[in-house]
Design a protein around this ligand. Structure first.
Ligand SMILES: *[C@@H]1O[C@H](CO)[C@@H](O)[C@H](O)[C@H]1NC(C)=O
Length: 396
């Protein structure tokens, strides 16, 4: 036997070893990275047939099925079929934070310390919706659930995305017997930190792929003031009275009626503005401390005449961002192959005041150790009957 030869048995066992090692690695990889909950939404439903489908990535509302005036269910939120697609999504249905909306120049000072955040919007100096990997990108865990509710948790480590303090978060979704989707969020922190969490669903009450929302009628109850924004879409700090202008939704108005008048340098025509809720403008200008209402108050009503669907938004939060999906341009193909064009959905994001860290007269969004951040927003669905055409009232 020459020195280079090996017995056939030894060769086989060596191959077997390599094979076993490869199998072991594959099994390890599978155990580490395979998550059976991936791509399988948690489905909440009530006896009336309303359903909310919740994904753990971003605590996303992936589908929201509500009946029209004839009882036909449609999915009224924009989104993606696959969970992986949400990695490159414009926050469809997601919970956004630690600080929703924009922080000017991606930096803020708190208790004498300066914090620097990621700039994560092309060509813009601010930080948007919590940074590169905000709450919309992280994977939430199920803490409790039943048929009609789910409680999700996430712990944001100290220093995550540049923010101070470890923050324990809980998000609760519930589909109530009266077809309200309840969104409740609470947080506690180990160090003072800004907290502003919003639900970023894009609604279209005609169905997510049915076209635009410009004909939806919107009421922003008691929203007498809006926060004007600069070229970087950050509030200037002023409170502007809406009186009769394009921001006046004190009584029902089609979203599209004056939308072309909402334009300016640095942003595309359309609404991307925070409205002051609960008649709080005067108190805010005086610098008075605002206590959030104990129970959610009516902030907005959205009505889609063709289907009869009505959505009321009730909240304990002090502001509502009206965003008319100005940046959609048809390149995103969502659920069921629907292409989402400009104005395909409307966001009614209840929130703390945007960029409050730079405006001392805005209600503070700083949470301190020992305090509990706790806010509730309800999206209450109902329908209205088609208005019979009256001989005396036959306006087009
Ligand atoms: C952001 O930076 C610009 C340019 O340096 C400055 O004019 C502006 O005041 C800054 N904004 C805030 C809120 O610090």
């Amino acid at each position: 036997m020459g020195s280079g030869e090996k017995p056939a048995g030894a060769l086989l066992s060596r191959r077997l070893k390599w094979l076993l090692l490869a199998l072991l690695l594959a099994a390890g990889y599978f155990l580490l990275f395979f998550d059976p909950s991936y791509d399988r939404p948690i489905i909440l439903r009530n006896a009336a047939g309303a359903e909310a489908h919740i994904l753990l990535t971003g605590a996303v509302i992936q589908r929201l099925l509500v009946p029209d005036r004839h009882g036909k269910l449609d999915d009224v939120v924009l989104g993606h079929d696959s969970e992986a697609a949400y990695r490159a999504s414009p926050y469809f249905g997601a919970v956004v934070g630690r600080v929703a909306n924009r922080i000017a120049n991606a930096t803020f000072e708190l208790d004498g310390e300066t914090y620097t955040l990621a700039t994560n919007e092309a060509g813009m100096p601010g930080s948007l919706h919590g940074g590169r990997r905000g709450f919309d990108k992280v994977r939430w865990k199920v803490k409790a659930r039943s048929n009609d509710f789910v409680l999700l948790e996430y712990t944001s480590p100290d220093g995550e995305e540049g923010y101070p303090g470890a923050v324990d978060l809980l998000v609760r979704y519930e589909v109530s017997p009266r077809s309200e989707l309840v969104f409740e969020v609470s947080a506690r922190t180990t160090k003072p930190t800004p907290i502003n969490i919003a639900q970023h669903s894009y609604f279209n009450l005609g169905g997510h792929g049915s076209g635009g929302v410009l004909s939806h009628e919107l009421t922003l109850h008691h929203a007498t003031h809006v926060l004007p924004i600069d070229a970087h879409r950050v509030p200037t700090g002023e409170l502007l009275a809406v009186q009769d202008g394009p921001f006046d939704f004190l009584s029902p108005r089609p979203i599209g009626r004056r939308i072309d008048a909402v334009d300016g340098p640095g942003w595309r025509a359309g609404y991307d503005h925070a409205f002051v809720l609960h008649r709080a403008a005067d108190a805010i200008r005086r610098g008075a401390r605002l206590e959030p209402p104990a129970t959610p108050r009516l902030a907005a009503t959205l009505y889609h005449r063709a289907t009869g669907r009505v959505m009321e938004v009730h909240t304990t939060l002090p502001a509502l961002q009206l965003y008319t999906s100005n940046f959609l341009d048809g390149t995103i193909v969502g659920k069921g192959g629907a292409a989402y064009h400009k104005y395909a959905g409307v966001c009614l994001e209840t929130e703390g005041f945007p960029d409050a860290v730079h405006h001392p007269h805005f209600p503070s969004v700083v949470l301190r150790p020992g305090q509990l951040f706790n806010h509730r927003t309800l999206y209450a669905f109902s329908t209205r009957a088609a208005k019979a055409r009256s001989f005396f009232n036959s306006a087009p």
